[in-house]
Design a protein around this ligand. Structure first.
Ligand code: PGA
Length: 255
């Protein structure tokens, strides 16, 4: 982290976990930790848990994120949710392009880009996920691939909006596997993402951007990962479902 230059954001990605009735109780356990946190705390909850989450964070420092959004304003898109619907509830952030959505739900660089543009146009802050597979890492194409994903996701994003964007580097081989990228690996790719953003939007915009790491970040390894200059927070799956662990990660951002 480089807290002089940019905001640290610790975001829990609940994925398809917890029910609406479990949501308020769980968030209540995070409120004190978030109150004196040195970072922004975000919970990305399932769509049906959003109303309960927005209610539960009222008056606290915690922000709420959705885990997806559609790129059209409205219409015949059964099962989809629009940016206006999220904003109407009081949602501020949205995860876009998580590797699970790319892998299981046919999300492509093109749909990710359309969703990023729509989110920004409407005033939602996108947390854009990028990251290579194990095959790509072993083939030595990580940098090329992640730079390309970053560029495709940001295509057409106006310079005036770039300060609303967060990018999360999530190597697919580290997600839910217990196999974390080393702090140096995370720092290296996060740095590459920052250089890619610098190439598109200039040094100042890149230096100010929050670039998170995600992939088996937990209570034990968070401090080391967050200790790296280019790691400005975390997108945390499994460990965000346990209040004790998530609180330790929030605390690890105070360094
Ligand atoms: P994990 O998930 O922390 O369970 O590896 C991270 C993510 O997918 O965002």
């Amino acid at each position: 982290m480089n807290t002089a230059k940019r905001k640290t954001v610790i975001a829990g990605n609940w994925k398809m976990n917890k029910t609406p009735s479990q949501t308020a109780e769980f968030i209540k356990q995070l409120v004190p930790a978030a109150a004196d946190a040195a970072c922004e705390v975000v919970v990305a909850v399932p769509f049906v848990c959003l109303p309960a989450a927005v209610q539960a964070v009222k008056g606290s420092a915690i922000k709420v994120a959705a885990q997806n959004v559609h790129f059209e304003d409205q219409g015949a898109y059964t099962g989809e949710v629009s940016a206006d619907m999220l904003l109407d509830l009081g949602v501020e952030y949205v995860i876009i392009g998580h590797s699970e959505r790319r892998q299981y739900f046919a999300e492509t660089d093109q749909t990710v880009n359309k969703k990023v543009l729509k989110a920004l146009q409407k005033g939602l802050r996108p947390i854009i996920c990028v990251g290579e597979s194990l095959e790509q890492r072993e083939a030595g194409v990580t940098e090329e691939f992640v730079a390309m994903q970053t560029k495709e996701a940001l295509l057409g994003v106006p310079a005036a909006d770039i300060d609303k964007v967060i990018i999360a580097y999530e190597p697919i081989w580290a997600i839910g596997t217990g196999r974390t990228a080393t702090a140096d690996q995370a720092d290296e790719v996060n740095g590459l993402i920052r250089r890619t953003v610098a190439g598109l939007y200039g040094e100042a915009a890149a230096e100010a951007m929050t670039v998170q790491y995600g992939g088996s970040m937990n209570a034990k390894n968070a401090a080391e990962l967050l200790g790296k200059d280019n790691v400005d927070g975390g997108l945390i799956g499994g460990a965000s479902l346990k209040a004790d662990d998530f609180r330790v990660i929030i605390e690890a951002a105070r360094q």
